[in-house]
Every structure is written in C-alpha cells, then in structure tokens.
Design a protein around this ligand. Structure first.
Ligand code: GDP
Ligand code: MG
Length: 424
C-alpha cells in the first residue's frame, strides 16, 4: 500500500513527527522532492533530531529510507547529517538508506548563486534558505545538473563538470563578479563527499516497485506544504519543487503506482517562513505570545517564523490540492493559553467576501475575516483519548473539521512520539 504524508499549509506543520509516529506500520519511507532546505524535527526515545535530507524514518531501525529522484541532494550536507546521526547512535547503512541515481546533486556553486542573488536583492529578497535549492532546480530543468548516479562514473562526471562549470562561471564571475569555480576543485569535493555515498546509490524506483508489488507498505514524505508548491502555492514565494501528493509517485520513481491514502498534516494555527502574502498573520504582542508558545523558529535556519490564526480558506484549498483523505491536526496544545481563539473563515478582497483561495494581486490585498471560538485554558498535553479533551478543544477541532471539509483523524498535543489522540 502506498500512503503519503503531506503538508496542508506553508510547511512546518509537524510532518517529521507524524512520519516518525505513523511509520511504525510502514516498511519504507521515501522523500520525493526538495533538499536540505527542509527542517523536520523529531523527538523520541533516542533524543531530539533535526532532519534536512534524510527521510524521518531513519530513526526507526527496521525501516528502509529512500531519497527519491525528485530530490536535490547537497552531498556535503548529507555526509554531515549522516555523521551527526551516527554520533547520536543511529545506524545508517546501504540496507536502510537508498539514494536514487536520478536525484540531482546540489553543488557549492548553487549555494553560492543562491546567496549572491539574495544579497543582490537586498530588501526585496525572497527569504530563500540560501541552500542552493532554486538554482539547482533551475539547472535541472536546463539539463545542466549532475545526478547522483554520475558519481559512479568518474570520467563522465568530469566531462559533465567541464561543460557545466564553464557555463556556471559565466554567471558567477561574469554577472556577480564573484570567485568562479574550477573543475579540479569540484572533483575534489565530489571525491570527498560523493565517494562515501557510492554504496547507497541505486535505481530506487525499481526497488520501490518491487517492494510495493511484494505487498510492502511504502510512505511518501513531503517537505513543505501545499501553499509552497511551485504550481499551486503562493508563487513566487514558493519552493522550486512540487510538494503535492500527486507528484509523489513521480518524485519517488514509481509513476505506475497510485497513492491510496493521503494524510494531510495541518497545524492548529498558521506559520509561514520568509516573505509572501500571509492573510491571517498576527503582529506585535499577540504574535510574540503565539510564536513563543509554539516555539516557532525555523528548524533549518533558526529564523523566527511569522505566525497567525488558523486559516480555513487557505487550509481547505491545501486539502484539495493535496487530495487529502484524512488530517493530522498538530500542535493543538500550543493554543491552550488563549481565552479566545480567532479563526480566519473568509477573505475580503476589494468589495467582495470570498472563501475561495485567491491568487496574485487578489491574494496580496486580501484581508482576513475572523470567527472567534472559546479557549479551553488548561493543559491538554496529557490527553490521549477524545474523551480526555475539554469541550472547548473538541469544539475547536469539530469547527475546523466542518469548515475544511476533511476528517481530522489524529490530533497531536505535544512534540513527543506518544503525545497524540486518535479521533476516529
Ligand atoms: P515539519 O517541517 O513539518 O516536519 O515541522 P517542523 O519540525 O519544522 O516544525 C514542527 C515543530 O513542532 C517541531 O519543533 C516539533 O517538535 C514540534 N511539534 C510537532 N508536533 C507538536 C505538537 O503537537 N505540540 C507541540 N507543542 N509541538 C509539536
Ligand atoms: Mg520544517
């Protein structure tokens, strides 16, 4: 069976912890897009881990983890991430980690390009994570990228680099007047960080197809959320890849399989990292309190996240784009300090009220309409059954469920593995 765990909002919904929890019943977990701009925090009996590139089931001993062809892989970052996990006692071998030969390598010049461009933009910056993600996806579609499988063929790797580096320096030296790159320098980098990964590189699509046909359970783990999807998100403040369920089988290398259950991870309030329209945003003291209560600082970058009320308009759209069959509502415990909880239920766009997610300039000028629900004002982090929850918390869940038109199956009330409630 093929399942997906995907983000309904702007990312950081708690996908990592839901994958860590729900991967118990899985055999294989696959990342299918994005790179080390992801930050998935998992807290379990082994400690606290931040995963950027590795699938979140790497922390479970008996699971196979796959990095799919849709990913962009900074091999230096990957080697360091693996080393750090090993220090924490996690075992990583070619048996439990497989990297697609078709995944693209994010190179040092991509990282440089990302930083040079953000710096050039100054106060018009996009809020990039500066990890080279958009330049390397652009290179991929310009067919000027190195793929993981090229590491296994040194002569071919050299010839590809000769073509690419000459072209890349036209931009880095010619346009930005920065230090260019050499083929020899990059070959050294590939030798240092590519060689240790050689045994992990394989045709992961073939592996996954066989696993599914043998009746294994495979879970696709997304990075970011629907509102960051390159096609359907808040372009241009999106990521550079497809974050949606429908892309999952492509990015995993198994387009011949269909996702049978899509689990959407949705946060009980809103957060957004970086720039872009964020209609339900809170400001000042109100925002500061929520940010503190939720610990809303980027896992990958440490940046304070923008925070806001739960947004029905954006979330219902996110659920539709993800084709979510059921929802995991996360971080409900964070709202326990509030007497009254605002929920954004509609947008005012010019002289119209709408519940459909608008685009472009309409989204930029949209103003939130709020409904205010009663808070529960008590600690819910020890609740483990729906009956344990105070009435106001159940009312909040049911209100959101009805408004977004999707069944809320799980509710998480704390960051640790066991801090959750099954609602149905
Ligand atoms: P991801 O990118 O979607 O995997 O999410 P992040 O890991 O970036 O952000 C989620 C943060 O919330 C992490 O620090 C988690 O440890 C934490 N978290 C997840 N679920 C809960 C929850 O139910 N309650 C609380 N208080 N924290 C949670
Ligand atoms: Mg995150």
């Amino acid at each position: 069976m093929l399942t997906s765990i995907v983000g309904i909002n702007w990312g950081d919904e708690g996908k990592g912890r839901m994958v860590d929890l729900l991967s118990e019943k899985q055999d294989v977990v696959v990342r299918y897009q994005g790179g080390n701009n992801a930050g998935h925090t998992v807290i379990n009996d082994k400690g606290k881990f931040v995963l950027n590139l590795l699938p979140s089931a790497i922390l479970r001993e008996d699971k196979v983890n796959v990095m799919g062809n849709g990913m962009v892989v900074d091999i230096e970052h990957l080697c360091k991430e693996i080393a750090k996990l090993r220090e924490g006692g996690i075992v990583i071998t070619p048996q439990n980690l497989k990297i697609s030969d078709k995944a693209v390598v994010c190179c040092p010049y991509n990282v440089a390009q990302d930083c040079l461009e953000e710096d050039r933009l100054g106060d018009k910056k996009f809020g990039s994570t500066r990890r080279g993600i958009s330049p390397i996806y652009a290179d991929k579609y310009m067919k000027k990228a190195i793929r993981m499988g090229d590491i296994l063929h040194p002569e071919y790797l050299r010839s590809r680099l000769e073509t690419i580096v000459e072209w890349k320096n036209l931009t880095i030296e010619g346009s930005y007047h920065a230090q260019g790159y050499t083929v020899e320098g990059l070959l050294e980098w590939f030798d240092k960080y590519g060689t240790p990964l050689k045994d992990y590189i394989c045709d992961t699509g073939y592996y996954l197809d066989k696993a599914l046909k043998a009746g294994k359970n495979v879970m696709l783990e997304a990075q970011l959320g629907a509102l960051r999807d390159i096609d359907f998100g808040i372009y241009p403040y999106t990521t550079s890849s497809s974050t949606i369920t429908a892309y999952g089988p492509v990015g995993a290398g198994i387009p011949n399989h269909k996702v049978e259950n899509a689990i959407g991870v949705m946060k009980a309030y809103s957060t957004c990292v970086g720039e872009g329209p964020f209609t339900a945003e809170m400001f000042g003291e109100e925002a500061e309190q929520l940010r503190k209560a939720g610990g809303e600082y980027g896992a990958a970058t440490g940046r304070p996240r923008r925070v806001g009320a739960f947004d029905v308009v954006a979330s219902r759209y996110g659920i539709r784009m993800q084709g979510a069959d059921e929802i995991a509502l996360t971080k409900l415990d964070v709202l326990s300090y509030l007497d009254a909880i605002p929920v954004c239920t509609a947008y005012e766009v010019g002289d119209k009220i709408t519940t459909e997610f608008p685009f472009g300039e309409d989204l930029n000028i949209a103003k939130p309409e709020f409904t205010v629900l009663k808070g529960w004002k008590c600690d819910i982090s020890k609740c483990r059954k729906p009956e344990d929850l105070p009435k106001e918390a159940v009312d909040y869940i049911r209100f959101i469920e009805k408004a977004t038109e999707c069944k809320i199956k799980y509710v998480s009330v704390g960051a640790e593995r066991e801090d959750y409630i099954v609602m149905y």
